[in-house]
Ligand binder design. Structure first.
Ligand SMILES: NC(=O)c1ccc[n+]([C@@H]2O[C@H](COP(=O)([O-])OP(=O)(O)OC[C@H]3O[C@@H](n4cnc5c(N)ncnc54)[C@H](OP(=O)(O)O)[C@@H]3O)[C@@H](O)[C@H]2O)c1
Length: 264
């Protein structure tokens, strides 16, 4: 075959309709989670929004419903098994079986390990890792039932920090390394059932509250970096998730990195 025989245009893979899909996004009160939830709802999915702050979730839900989307506010703490179990019941009662779970809730502390209060390190692991385990465990029965008949996705938002050696981010990086490992192993365990699993590793993303609890000096360093790189906007992460979940049922993107072009 010569070049002239090749098709001039490649037919894009047919995107799967998002209408009728039932999604839950954790950490949907702000930043990446709010953007993903809003985008999935705009694509046609019914979306449950989970985080601790009810008022912030209600604002995101109002934006979704004002534009004709369907949203359910589910205030919960991912570190609490009981809270997550109650959320699972509420989502099931309102929407039925979930077929799209985005574990996105997380927090970051940036302090040299020796200086950080032990409670901060425990909290980082509790939210970033145990939270993913709690939520995945609670919703897995629904995901399994869904996968028997329809496209089903589990997406865990990890971080490039899970692979990099960043002084000040030992526990955050360790929690994200664990999330990525958990995700890749879950993919191996669940692929046979048709559950698509994606480990999503963002670099520096702008428009989020992740650095809001940092000391002022560190916060302004992060803000400077976000401006000069510039950081990837949350809408691009949402766009990527929208692409991943709308692939034909037999197509899975197991691991994705998204970061600013100038971030190394
Ligand atoms: N921004 C970045 O550059 C970047 C880069 C790589 C990875 N990430 C990851 O992306 C994810 C989202 O972060 P973001 O940047 O969008 O930050 P963010 O704006 O601070 O969002 C974090 C979300 O998690 C929720 N959350 C925190 N603790 C929770 C808990 N115990 N239970 C339930 N929800 C909880 C927060 O809502 P409530 O406070 O209301 O609970 C909030 O909605 C995180 O996993 C983060 O590690 C971010």
């Amino acid at each position: 075959m010569v070049a002239a025989d090749l098709p001039r245009t490649r037919r894009p893979a047919e995107a799967v309709a998002m209408t009728n899909r039932i999604a839950l996004v954790t950490g949907a009160a702000s930043g990446i989670g709010a953007a993903i939830a809003t985008r999935l709802a705009a694509d046609g999915a019914s979306v449950a929004l989970l985080a601790r702050r009810r008022d912030r979730l209600e604002k995101v839900a109002a934006q979704i419903t004002e534009t004709g989307g369907t949203a359910l506010v589910v205030p919960a703490d991912v570190t609490s098994e009981e809270s997550v179990a109650a959320a699972a019941t509420e989502v099931h009662d309102r929407f039925g079986d979930l077929d799209l779970l985005v574990n996105n809730a997380g927090l970051m502390r940036v302090v040299p390990f020796a200086d950080g209060p032990l409670d901060d390190w425990r909290r980082t692991v509790d939210v970033n890792l145990t939270g993913v385990i709690n939520v995945t465990h609670a919703f897995l029965p629904a995901l399994r039932r869904s996968a028997a008949t329809r496209t089903t996705d589990l997406i865990n938002v990890s971080s490039i920090a899970g692979e990099r050696i960043n002084p000040g981010m030992a526990t955050y990086g360790a929690s994200k390394a664990a999330v990525s490992h958990l995700t890749r192993t879950l993919r191996a365990e669940l692929a046979g059932e048709g559950i698509r699993v994606t480990d999503l590793e963002p670099g520096m993303i702008g428009g989020t509250e992740l650095a809001d609890s940092f000391p002022t000096e560190l916060q302004s360093m992060v803000n400077d970096l976000r401006t000069t790189l510039p950081a990837v906007p949350v809408s691009e992460v949402a766009e990527l998730v929208s692409y991943v979940v709308s692939r034909p049922r037999n197509v899975n993107l197991p691991r994705l990195i998204i970061q600013p072009s100038k971030e190394v």
